[in-house]
Write a protein that binds this ligand. Structure first.
Ligand code: HEM
Length: 311
């Protein structure tokens, strides 16, 4: 019995609260254009005649708002701010291309370098780890198919998809990249306080991208000549084959060192990014990262408006 009474009291209190809120809402809507009595009459009509469910709706809304405010207060009390905004940098398509590219490269490096340094102890260990020279050569060819495949797909992506074209155009180097590079050198030497402000791609990222283009042409071109040795010998004089072999071998070492020194520093070992820039996995950068690394792009996105960006 007492329980029911308490329930009734609660309901009456909720209704009174809902009525008060509705009165305030109507006040804001119609202002002083209705006299006090007229407003009360309007509230009565809305609550009791027109929309009997409205009081309950309002109560539900009020309790949801109360809950959200309480959560936010608790979050702030624990020193947590609202989750920072994330910006999509690489689409899933782009991330898959990158994953295929680096998996193929790792396989090619691990199976190629032991051939180049075949007279060392570690090369012998690598061969036995991979199940012998034959298996290692097979893995090298599988990696080569992956690399050529992703290269061809990337050309299609660049030519056909709007996203690919947009990225490609943003990757074309311009005079600003030279200026940025010069400013960065001066900044590192302590000659200026000003850091270059980058757009979607910095000169470092553009260099990374075009280095892969160059590497792909040399490695895939010379690799195919080595793979199809007989056809190459039939079509060209032997010294062309020898040049291809030398180019493949030297460019392999150059590419490996470039990946480890240049690329890994820029995306992993740089103190701002250590242990890694997660964009290759999540495709996203935080607002803080965008402000630090791509301030011009961030300003452009914010200028365009959030709705446009989400789309
Ligand atoms: C990141 C890419 C690549 C790296 C780092 C790499 C590395 C190497 C290295 C270091 C060698 C030994 C060269 C020597 O004799 O000194 C080699 C051999 C070879 N590579 Fe590559 N390679 C790559 C891509 C390719 C591609 C794309 C192909 C084929 C289209 C290919 C096919 C071959 C072939 C046929 C050989 C001769 C050895 C054998 O028959 O297994 N490579 N590679």
């Amino acid at each position: 019995m007492a329980e029911e009474e308490r329930k009734d009291q609660g309901q009456t209190q909720n209704e009174a609260e809902a009525r008060l809120q509705l009165e305030r809402l109507l006040d804001a809507l119609v202002g002083q254009s209705l006299p006090q009595g007229g407003r009360q009459e309007l509230v009565r009509q809305v609550l009791e005649e027109r929309r009997p469910g409205m009081a309950a709706d309002l109560e539900a809304l009020a309790s949801r708002l109360r809950e959200e405010v309480a959560q936010e207060v608790e979050r702030r009390a624990q020193g947590e701010s609202a989750p920072p905004r994330q910006y999509l940098r690489f689409s899933l398509n782009f991330r898959i291309q990158h994953a295929v590219l680096f998996s193929s490269c790792i396989a090619l490096i691990l199976t190629g370098l032991p051939i180049k340094f075949h007279d060392t102890g570690w090369a012998a260990s690598m061969f036995s780890l991979m199940g012998g020279i034959q298996t290692s050569a097979l893995i090298h060819r599988i990696g080569a198919v992956g690399l050529i495949g992703v290269g061809l797909y990337h050309l299609l992506y660049t030519g056909v998809l709007a996203e690919g074209r947009r990225n490609f155009l943003a990757l074309i180097p311009g005079p600003k990249d030279l200026r940025d590079c010069w400013l960065m050198i001066r900044f590192f030497l302590g000659r200026t306080e000003e850091r270059p402000r980058f757009g979607r791609f910095s000169y470092v990222e553009k260099f990374d991208y075009w280095a892969v283009y160059w590497g792909m042409i040399i490695m895939c071109g010379s690799g195919l000549m080595l793979w199809f040795e007989n056809q190459t010998m039939r079509l060209f004089p032997k010294y062309i084959f020898d040049i291809a072999k030398e180019a493949h071998s030297d460019e392999a070492l150059l590419a490996t060192l470039a990946i480890i020194i240049w690329h890994f520093y820029n995306v992993h070992f740089n103190p701002h990014k250590f242990p890694m820039n997660k964009a290759w996995l999540t495709g996203r950068l935080s607002e803080e990262e965008m402000r630090h690394e791509h301030p011009l792009e961030l300003e452009e996105i914010q200028g365009r408006g959030q709705a446009e960006e989400e789309r």
